[in-house]
Structures are given as structure tokens and as C-alpha cells.
Design a protein around this ligand. Structure first.
Ligand SMILES: *[C@@H]1O[C@H](CO)[C@@H](O)[C@H](O)[C@H]1NC(C)=O
Ligand SMILES: *[C@@H]1O[C@H](CO)[C@@H](O)[C@H](O)[C@H]1NC(C)=O
Length: 214
């Protein structure tokens, strides 16, 4: 009996950690050993709905009038931090930004690096860490380079698609999510995320209304 409960305990810990996992499980993840994994709830022509478990990140804020400038500064700071502490690089890297910041107006940009499995349970300097809550997100993927104009245009496309099906999301901010180093030229993968509010909506509002009736 003691053996059994020990085993259950181990399995629970393993499951809790399992959402940061081997990048071979995610085909867009090609440059790091470990990646953030998720459950796909549904997929339409315009977006995916994903569920992410709560995990630990290291984050930094950068105040700037430019997303591009803020990302470079924040990336250098976080990269320095993980190098000093011997923490491996993971993917993706997220940048949280307000949808209310317009061009050339100062905004706060929060960049986060996902901590690898070995640092999830024993954070190094807790004051530098941030826990992302368990969350569901609407996701739109795109290739090429993530820059302030590509990110904004993709965020706009995603929010229009969500509005057209009556999906509820927090439109005050979104995440710009990158999976590649700036040195990588081909097969780049980027995403935009909006955080789901209430129940996620998959498909058109007509389909949804029909499913209520049936
Ligand atoms: C990831 O998975 C691949 C293939 O399944 C395996 O060869 C590799 O050793 C794994 N890496 C880690 C860090 O577990
Ligand atoms: C939306 O996000 C903002 C910024 O994080 C937060 O202050 C606000 O409470 C959120 N709105 C809802 C309805 O959760």
C-alpha cells in the first residue's frame, strides 16, 4: 500500500510537469529541446482553441513606444538571466502587449521565457518568476517575421474572426508568441493569442445556435 501511494504521488507530479515537454511532440517546435505543450480543444478555418496548464516563466517588463525595440531589449535581459543561471532556452517566447497602445505611444511590453521542466518545481530566484495561470486561448498562426505591423495585422484578423462568431475574449491585450531564433530564416512560426472568456466558441454562431436547439 505504501508503494502504491508513492507511485500515485510520482505520477501526479509527473503529470503536473508534463506540459513542458519534449519538443518532438510539437512540430512547430524545432529549435529547443523543450516546449510548452497544450491540449487542442477545437480548430476552425480561422483559429484554434487551446488549453494551457499553469506553468512557471521568467518575465521582464519593458516600457517603450515600439514593440520591436521593446522585444530586443527584453530578449537580451532575459537571455542574460537564463545564461547566468544555466537555464536552457525553451520555446515559445511570449510578449504580452496592450491592444490599446497605438503606434508611437508608450506602452508596457512583458516578455516571458518558459522555464524548462527541471526548473519548474524549484525556481531559482522566485522574485524573477511569473506563473501564468491555467488558461484557454484563441490562436492564430502565421509564418515569416514577427514585427509590430505583422503582429497587429494578425491580431486584428483573429479578433475579427472571433467577433464574427460571437466569441468572448479579453480584447484589452494579446500575446505575440514566437518559436524561432532571429537567425532562423525559413519555416518560421509565430502566433497571436487572445485569452478566452467564458466558454470557448468553435465554429460559426449559426452552428452554435443549432447545437443549442438540438
Ligand atoms: C525527445 O524525444 C526524442 C524522440 O522521441 C528523443 O530522441 C530525445 O532523447 C528526447 N529528448 C529529451 C530531452 O527527452
Ligand atoms: C482583461 O485584461 C486586463 C489586463 O490584464 C484586466 O485588467 C481585466 O480585468 C481583464 N478583463 C476581464 C473581464 O477579465
Amino acid at each position: 500500500r505504501i508503494y502504491l501511494s508513492g507511485l500515485v504521488g510520482f505520477l501526479l507530479v509527473f503529470t503536473a510537469e508534463a506540459r513542458v515537454g519534449n519538443s518532438s511532440e510539437l512540430n512547430v517546435c524545432t529549435e529547443t529541446e523543450q516546449c510548452l505543450l497544450f491540449d487542442l480543444i477545437c480548430k476552425t478555418d480561422d483559429y484554434e482553441v487551446r488549453h494551457y496548464d499553469s506553468v512557471n516563466w521568467v518575465s521582464t517588463d519593458e516600457k517603450s513606444w515600439s514593440m520591436d525595440y521593446a522585444s530586443i531589449k527584453a530578449f537580451r535581459r532575459l537571455f542574460g538571466y537564463i545564461k547566468r543561471n544555466n537555464i536552457k532556452m525553451t520555446a515559445p517566447v511570449t510578449l504580452k502587449l496592450s491592444d490599446k497602445t497605438s503606434f508611437f505611444r508608450t506602452g508596457i511590453y512583458t516578455m516571458s521565457f518558459l522555464l524548462p521542466v527541471e526548473h519548474q518545481q524549484s525556481p531559482i530566484q522566485p522574485t524573477d518568476e511569473k506563473v501564468f495561470p491555467d488558461m484557454k486561448v484563441y490562436v492564430r498562426s502565421y509564418g515569416g517575421w514577427m514585427m509590430s505591423w505583422t503582429d497587429r495585422s494578425q491580431a486584428k484578423t483573429l479578433s475579427s474572426a472571433l467577433d464574427s462568431v460571437g466569441a468572448e475574449y479579453n480584447g484589452s491585450f494579446h500575446y505575440a508568441v514566437g518559436y524561432n531564433s532571429p537567425m532562423t530564416l525559413f519555416k518560421r512560426h509565430n502566433e497571436v493569442w487572445y485569452v478566452v472568456q467564458d466558454e470557448p466558441v468553435c465554429g460559426s454562431s449559426e452552428e452554435r445556435d443549432m447545437s443549442h436547439i438540438s
